[in-house]
Design a protein. Sequence first.
Length: 156
Amino acid sequence: MHSRRILVGLAGLAAVPGALAHPHEAHGAEQHGHAEEQVMAFRQLLREAITAKDVGKLRVLYADGFTHIHGSGKVEGKDSRIVSLLAGEPVIETAPAEELTLRVFGPDTVVITGRSPILNRTENRAYDFRWMAVHVRTAGDWRLAASQATRLPVSA
């Protein structure tokens, strides 16, 4: 009986370090989920600002150092990106997204990757692009800091 109590006690003690070893992981997972929800809400807000052609809102939603790298290699800064948005250019920000993946890097950075069909107006044809967007939280608000798109090979 005495040895049985010792074994039960040891089994109980063996479980304690595992439960206490990383108490922040459960909290971290909750924070990650919250950041993902916030960034998805931010994406919707961004789409609405683009659709409304709200220049003031767009200037707030894009980080001051924002850059976008096109599939062609062309690089746009914040101002030129907003001009493209106002001109109604097909962009990853408003394209339907497939294979959407969000990765949280700390409380203030979320990287989203996805695949979207983007219309080439010259050819009047949509091409699939794989893209990445980096969202950062500054002064408590999410901003789009950088994005990049790569055209995928055309299937035969």
